[in-house]
Design a protein around this ligand. Structure first.
Ligand SMILES: [Zn+2]
Length: 114
């Protein structure tokens, strides 16, 4: 499995366990399935943030970490854009995930939400 796919799995897990927490308990079967696909090492890292009520994966938009709002160095940003490795924020340590292009997301948000 490519490491970027692991980030997608972690992001899905985070969405279940963190972002939808207000809507009720996450689907246990889906959570278990995702956790089985992710290495212990990455899960431990992820759980360290989650246990403190923090997101373990941060979006990056225009080279800025969305969680700590710090600008990444060009080297760290290049690591993120290179799809063969998992990048972490050099400021807050979170796993980084490239954000989708903003204008598209914003334009379709209202329409697609119904
Ligand atoms: Zn950060």
């Amino acid at each position: 499995m490519k490491r970027t796919e692991v980030i997608e799995l972690l992001a899905a897990l985070q969405a279940l366990e963190y972002e939808t927490a207000e809507l009720g308990p996450a689907n246990p079967g889906e959570v278990a399935r995702l956790r089985q696909s992710i290495s212990q090492e990455m899960l431990q890292y992820y759980d360290r943030y989650m246990s403190r009520g923090k997101k373990a994966i941060a979006w990056v938009r225009h080279g800025v970490c969305a969680e700590c709002h710090m600008q990444l160095s060009s080297g760290a940003y290049a690591d993120l854009l290179r799809a063969d490795d998992v990048a972490t924020c050099e400021h807050c340590g979170r796993y980084l995930r490239e954000a989708p292009p903003e204008p598209v997301a914003r334009k379709t948000a209202g329409i697609a939400a119904s």
